[in-house]
Design a protein around this ligand. Structure first.
Ligand SMILES: Nc1ncnc2c1ncn2[C@@H]1O[C@H](COP(=O)(O)OP(=O)(O)OP(=O)(O)O)[C@@H](O)[C@H]1O
Length: 190
């Protein structure tokens, strides 16, 4: 269970949001929506533990996985090596790498250095990290505009990955400007 009570966050001394409360139960998904600058990325960073709330309390499950705007890939590493790096960090087996590549339709690109991938391919590689440990292994996924740069077919590919995570009891909080392939999703308008 994730519980946020009366959260407030300041950035540069300005209140981005205040009195923000919500809960999320296992298997649930929450979309953060709102205009540019509304505070979606700020809330995700706060939930990820990268920012501290100025007020309020937050209880969230761990471990969690966070994808920001930046793909955070190592440009000289191949797609496989990038996933191997993450697998070591999170304790996933190397045998999960081919499955993660396949989940985002990256198998033909496995040996290319990340620097030569297109922006949509880089985003898919960043998302492939979420397929490294089994669905639900990290209970909370925080996704900041996960579909940026993705073509329609790639957005569709995300559907099963997100659904399997929720079926296994995982939770998803995603900031987005476009509809995501998620069923029965709640919305938090900022
Ligand atoms: N480091 C910072 N210092 C000062 N203000 C900041 C800082 N980072 C963000 N802000 C401000 O906080 C507000 C919320 O920004 P945030 O990135 O969370 O918005 P967002 O809803 O994710 O927007 P977008 O849809 O454009 O991605 C904005 O007004 C932004 O200018």
């Amino acid at each position: 269970m994730l519980t946020a009570e009366n959260l407030a966050c300041l950035r540069g001394e300005r209140a981005v949001f205040a009195n923000l409360s919500f809960t999320l139960a296992p298997g649930e998904a929450l979309l953060l929506t709102g205009a540019n600058g509304a505070g979606k990325s700020t809330l995700l960073r706060l939930l990820a533990g990268l920012l501290r709330p100025a007020e309020g309390t937050l209880r969230r499950p761990t471990p969690l996985r966070y994808l920001g705007h930046d793909d955070a890939l190592k440009p000289a590493f191949t797609a496989t090596e990038n996933l191997a790096f993450t697998a070591r960090l999170i304790g996933a087996p190397v045998t999960a790498i081919p499955r993660a590549l396949a989940a985002l339709n990256l198998t033909p690109l496995a040996r290319l250095p990340a620097r030569v991938l297109s922006s949509g391919q880089k985003r898919r590689l960043a998302l492939a990290r979420f397929a490294l440990d089994g669905p639900g292994a990290a209970p909370l996924w925080l996704l900041d505009e996960p579909t940026t740069g993705l073509d329609a077919a790639s957005v569709t590919l995300l559907g099963p990955l997100l659904a399997q995570h929720r079926t296994a009891g995982g939770m998803i909080i995603a900031a987005t400007h476009i509809p995501l392939p998620l069923d029965a999703v709640r919305e938090l308008a900022l």
